[in-house]
Write a protein that binds this ligand. Sequence first.
Ligand code: SF4
Ligand code: SF4
Length: 179
Amino acid sequence: MLNPAEFASQPAPGRDCGACTLCCKVFDVPVLDKPAGQWCKHCRPGRGCGIHETRPDHCRAFHCLWMTQDWLGPEWKPDRAKMVLTVDPETKFLLVQVDPGNAGAWRQEPYRTQLRQWAASWLKLKRHVVVFVNKSATVVLPDRDVALGTIGPRDRIVARERATATGIAIEVEKVSVAA
Ligand code: SF4
Ligand code: SF4
């Protein structure tokens, strides 16, 4: 079973970003005041970071799952998939940050089927697969997607199991927590 507790945090042997620079577009970088979904002003798309030697620690420490997990195939390389996989350090949810220039990429095959399979696997660990396009979230469940809209710093994704006549149903919602 896909288990985030067993994930390495350093690049796997032989893995290299190559021409990929997608993380420099899809994520926000607070220390640079860079919003999610826009290229960092220091990025040379397809070539790398223009301030590599002095890039922020935030960037220096980042490795996407394709870099650290050598079982992810070439189709998951972010510049090919148009999405970047990570695991949230707090919730251990699998996060899929999609290039807003290809916002429907995750609905294409083979990605959609693989995300549903991972959703089924991680559900057993009470963890979820969440697709983001900028700050807009969709939870992928084994049988359906649940769009939650924009997730802010005080929002949490909460899932509950509900007994039904046909078995256990999963309900997902966005909950705002107090400051
Ligand atoms: S998304 Fe992953 S492979 Fe692409 S540049 Fe960032 S760390 Fe490297
Ligand atoms: S500073 Fe460099 S590594 Fe960091 S987001 Fe910008 S281009 Fe990417």
